[in-house]
Design a protein around this ligand. Structure first.
Ligand code: BES
Ligand code: MN
Ligand code: ZN
Length: 478
């Protein structure tokens, strides 16, 4: 089910694609560097053709041209490369993969300059499909990249594979995806990618009162996955914490069907953490990384937690659960408090589909970023921009902290005043309470974790948002 398209890297040779190549794509751009290749014979001069189609070489433009090759007529796709930036080539690659859908093979002549890793990344991600059974049109069978730097292309492929892994985890239906299933996937991935792994379940979750409370209404018990990556002479220790709610009914504070039907994706943050960690060794990440994925099904039953219950989070803080649908912060609070008390991290980053309010504020293209550290915020924003996953910094408004005061416990899990305002900020302020004052960033990805339709390299369903920016951030950390 992961990427079904095989990438083939043929390395630099300048000779052009194999003569019998089924479908060939050739770059063209606004600059003189990218006049279409000499072996391209079109019955109409290529310049005239491009002028005819008013094609300017912008990324995403694809002009189909019949050409004479090896005595026969073949179709060539002329693709725009824009300024050759990562964003442009990602878009160009995605447009090509979509155009080649259902074909056996596509040969892409790589432009001589520019961010060619992004070309491969965009093409492979746009070719991603998730199907159960035989429905849907098959993606292109293979993409042959002709020319270009092999290491760059391999990097693009590795990023695409990690992102596709997150998409697979998110797209898997919750009838299959129980907390135990997610933990099994994490174990298999850890074994393949040289990570340490420990899964806490049952009695081992004793102190993790938030994870237990959220999971207690489900027949599929909760667990905490801990993945570890330790390079030689690590420069720092980063903890990544992911929300792993395998299905969110809202609990007794039940969601209406409209809001519930997409909630198999409520482990998108946890998926991003697992998938990013799967590629750390391949990217030679210089920092120690611990991934915590707090897994539970927020279900409804006679054993489910009730509005008004008071729980004890890891570390001893008590929380009055006024709304069982604000469950993500309960499982994450345990993970954050555990990281602070036991792991001695230099930096903590959590990733979560936490609030509908973040989606209302920023839509589905951007993630909401909260941070208690300026350089951490700047680094994450830069990593997101470069990798095509944009973040927007949101404020931790101190005045709002009193919204979470409780009459009976240390904290309430939602705004006690029921104003409903600033829901994403309130959630972030709740989480901050458990970070012990360490440099911390929180990514609320409720919007971008899921897409309603295909667009560029994004495919309908789980997007894998966060994988690329985490990988880029961790690779660059010093
Ligand atoms: N998983 C949801 C948030 C969500 C909503 C993600 C829409 C993706 C799309 C979260 O657990 C939730 O239900 N949050 C509540 C919080 C509220 C009860 C304070 C929400 O956003 O309505
Ligand atoms: Mn919820
Ligand atoms: Zn949720």
């Amino acid at each position: 089910m992961p990427i079904q398209t095989t990438p083939v890297l043929t390395g630099p040779d300048g000779a052009g694609p194999a003569p019998d190549a089924d479908l060939v794509a050739v770059p063209f751009g606004p600059g003189p560097d990218l006049a279409p290749a000499p072996w391209l014979e079109s019955p109409v001069p290529v310049d005239a053709l491009l002028a005819h189609y008013e094609a300017k070489g912008e990324p995403g433009e694809v002009v189909e041209v019949p050409t004479l090759r090896e005595g026969g007529v073949r179709r060539v796709l002329l693709y725009g490369t824009g300024d050759g930036s990562a964003a442009a080539l990602r878009k160009a690659g995605a447009a090509l993969a979509r155009r080649a859908k259902g074909r056996a093979s596509l040969s892409v002549v790589v432009p001589p300059k520019g961010e060619t890793a992004a070309l491969a990344e965009g093409a492979l991600l746009a070719a991603y499909t998730f199907t159960i059974g035989n429905g849907g049109k098959k993606p292109v069978g293979e993409i042959v990249f002709v020319g270009g730097d092999e290491r760059d292309l391999k990097r693009g492929e590795a990023v695409a594979r990690a992102t596709a892994l997150a998409r697979d985890l998110v797209n898997t239906p919750s009838s299959v995806k129980t907390p135990a299933w997610l933990a099994e996937q994490a174990k298999a991935i850890a074994a393949e990618s040289g990570l340490g792994v420990r899964v806490r379940e049952g009695a081992e979750l004793g102190e993790f009162g938030g994870i237990r409370a959220v999971g207690q209404g489900s027949v599929s018990p909760p667990c905490l996955v801990e993945l570890s990556y330790t390079p030689e002479n690590p420069r720092a220790h980063v903890v990544l914490a992911g929300k792993g709610i395998t299905f969110d009914t809202g609990g007794l504070s039940l969601k209406p069907n409209e809001g519930m039907k997409t909630m198999k994706t409520d482990m998108g943050g946890g998926a991003a953490v697992i998938a990013a960690m799967s590629a750390l060794a391949a990217f030679d990440v210089p920092v120690r990384v611990t991934g915590l994925v707090a897994c539970a099904e927020n279900s409804i039953s006679g054993s489910a937690q009730r509005p008004g219950d008071v729980i004890t989070q890891y570390g001893g803080r008590t929380v009055e659960v006024l709304n069982t649908d604000a469950e993500g912060r309960l499982v994450l609070a345990d993970a954050l408090a555990y990281a602070h008390a036991e792991l001695d991290p230099d930096i903590v980053i959590d990733v979560a589909t936490l609030t509908g309010a973040a989606k209302v504020a920023l839509g589905t293209s951007l993630g909401a970023l909260y941070a208690t550290d300026e350089s951490l915020a700047a680094d994450l924003i830069a990593a997101g921009e470069a990798g095509g996953e944009r973040l927007w910094r949101m404020p931790l408004v101190e005045d709002y902290r009193t919204m979470l005061d409780s009459d009976v416990a240390d904290l309430a899990n939602v705004d006690r005043t029921k104003s409903g305002a600033a829901g994403s900020i309130a959630a972030a302020l709740f989480l901050r309470e458990f970070t012990g004052g360490r440099p911390w960033a929180h990514l609320d990805i409720a919007g971008p974790a899921r897409a309603a339709s295909d667009d560029g390299e994004t495919t309908k369903g789980g997007t894998g948002f966060g994988v690329r920016l985490l990988l880029r951030y961790l690779t660059a950390t010093s």
